[in-house]
Design a protein around this ligand. Structure first.
Ligand SMILES: [Zn+2]
Length: 74
């Protein structure tokens, strides 16, 4: 199973904006728009490789997703 990270935006920000404000990164299965924590995310939200997990690029990270992800991959 492959995972990626998908952004949740701050209230009032959307992916279509020039410089949307990132709220937190969630972990999703590749191609899905729902975080492991159950949070619905925008299909148009930016994603990045799960390789960013645990690096500055992956911060801030949803705590629920972080914990669930650890259980999935180890
Ligand atoms: Zn999450």
């Amino acid at each position: 199973m492959d995972y990626e990270m998908r952004a949740e935006y701050a209230e009032g920000s959307s992916p279509g904006e020039q410089d949307p404000q990132l709220e937190v990164w969630h972990i999703t299965r590749v191609g899905e728009a729902m975080g492991l924590c159950g949070r619905d995310l925008l299909p148009s939200a930016v994603t990045q490789s799960s390789d960013a997990w645990g690096t500055p690029a992956g911060q801030p990270l949803c705590h629920s997703c972080g914990a669930l992800y650890l259980h999935q991959v180890r």
